[in-house]
Design a protein around this ligand. Structure first.
Ligand SMILES: [Zn+2]
Length: 93
């Protein structure tokens, strides 16, 4: 191998290392995004657990919508069915 060949080989290695660096940075970024998504999902779940353990809000709201999403959805008075999740409302308004 001549000195020039060695230099070319080194340039090629540097180029590949640069590509690998870009790939790993992108992967790290996507893992951080995923980690943050799971973090928020877990926080939502903990809030739902808290609502499930506590009393339901007064006024005949759908317990499923309340516990899962913290939404106070009134079931329709005539059918007693939640308009949002379709759950049949069992408690009296
Ligand atoms: Zn509902």
């Amino acid at each position: 191998m001549t000195l020039k060949d060695h230099d070319q080989e080194r340039q090629e290695i540097i180029r590949r290392l640069g590509q690998e660096e870009v790939r790993l940075h992108a992967k790290m970024h996507s893992l951080e995004t995923e980690r943050q998504r799971v973090h928020f999902e877990l926080a939502d779940l903990h809030r739902a657990q808290g609502r499930a353990a506590g009393p339901l809000p007064a006024g005949g709201v759908c317990p499923t919508c309340w516990i899962n999403r913290g939404e106070e959805v009134q079931s329709t008075r005539d059918t007693h069915v939640c308009p949002k999740c379709g759950r049949e409302e069992l408690q009296d308004a």
